[in-house]
Design a protein around this ligand. Structure first.
Ligand code: RIB
Length: 308
């Protein structure tokens, strides 16, 4: 049986400027280069999974502008089912100005635009197709009501869910996401969700267990260059990162989640899928851009074979 993945989430056009440093207020500064790319946490995760060969459908909204048209075309070019991608009249598409410094670190602004119009009724409209999926990926660049509604819907129909609570949302009601199968926060998001410190390994595990006490089965905390920590009822283990010199870390978390989803739906194995996802995300940060840094299945297999 083909196991399909659905992404209920955002899309953005990334406007990426490489910088030496951020200008001070009132200062004009020349930056070395600029490019546009496809982004948005939802679309990034969808594209990573699809490039690795998964069957993916996306539920999202774009504006009635040139970014919207090219976003739909890009999803289709990546083999993603766009029957539930709608155009919102009179709205701009989501846009993300991104600044990447010489160490590969990024600062991101998001203008959600049409992503704000993805509502619970759109999930109901896609219900029959969502029921054909075995895993649904969610992030927080669309209204929280839609995220809660989708988790509830998925749980009712026995569909597993991955909630990536990014970007950090102070008004996220953790009581309403307890039915998510996997929650994948970074340290900042975990701290915000639990009100607990996340400065040490012990604190991270304690905070993850506090989330699990609210019903979540598995917590995977992404730790940037330190890899990720998997916390389940059975124990806690570190997922080692790939040691590389980063060019651009933008979208690495999305590469990790999208590739994890692709391997997990195929095998049902948690830790091996996370280990492969850490390699996929590590490979992606050696190239600039968000989606454009994501390898195809062939490229990733070749990379694994080289054993870099
Ligand atoms: O996670 C990276 C993504 O965050 C970027 O592609 C940008 O669009 C923002 O959504």
């Amino acid at each position: 049986m083909v196991r399909r993945i659905a992404v209920v989430g955002s899309n953005m056009t990334d406007l990426v400027t490489s910088i030496i440093r951020m200008p001070a207020p009132g200062e004009t500064l020349e930056a070395p280069s600029f490019f546009m790319g496809f982004g948005g946490k939802g679309a990034n995760q969808a594209v990573a999974a699809a490039r690795l060969g998964a069957e993916v459908m996306m539920v999202t909204k774009v504006g009635d502008d040139v970014f919207g048209e090219s976003t739909i075309r890009n999803l289709q070019d990546n083999g993603i089912d766009t029957r539930h991608v709608a155009i919102v009249e009179g709205q701009s598409s989501g846009v993300a100005p991104i600044f990447v410094d010489e160490s590969g670190e990024n600062s991101i602004l998001i203008i959600k635009g049409a992503n704000n119009s993805l509502l619970p009724r759109d999930i109901d409209a896609a219900a029959e197709d969502l029921k054909q999926c075995s895993l649904i990926l969610l992030q927080l660049e669309v209204p929280l009501e839609t995220v809660y509604h989708t988790i509830e819907f998925a749980s009712r129909h026995g569909i597993e869910t991955v909630l990536n609570p990014a970007p950090a949302a102070p008004d996220l009601d953790t009581a309403k996401v307890g039915k998510a199968t996997f929650v994948v926060p970074n340290e900042t998001e975990l701290k915000l969700m639990t009100g607990l410190p996340t400065g040490t390994d012990e604190e991270i595990e304690t905070a993850a267990r506090a989330l699990m006490a609210r019903g979540i089965r598995t917590v995977i905390v992404t730790l940037g260059s330190r890899g990720a920590r998997l916390v389940t009822a059975a124990g806690s283990t570190i997922i080692e990162p790939l040691k590389v010199k980063p060019k651009d870390t933008t979208g690495a978390g999305d590469a990790f989640i999208g590739s994890f989803a692709r391997y997990y739906v195929e095998t049902g194995e948690l830790e091996p899928s996370l280990k492969k996802a850490a390699l996929y995300a590590g490979d992606s940060i050696t190239r600039p851009g968000t989606q454009k840094s994501y390898a195809t299945a062939e490229e990733f297999e070749a990379f694994l074979a080289r054993g870099e």
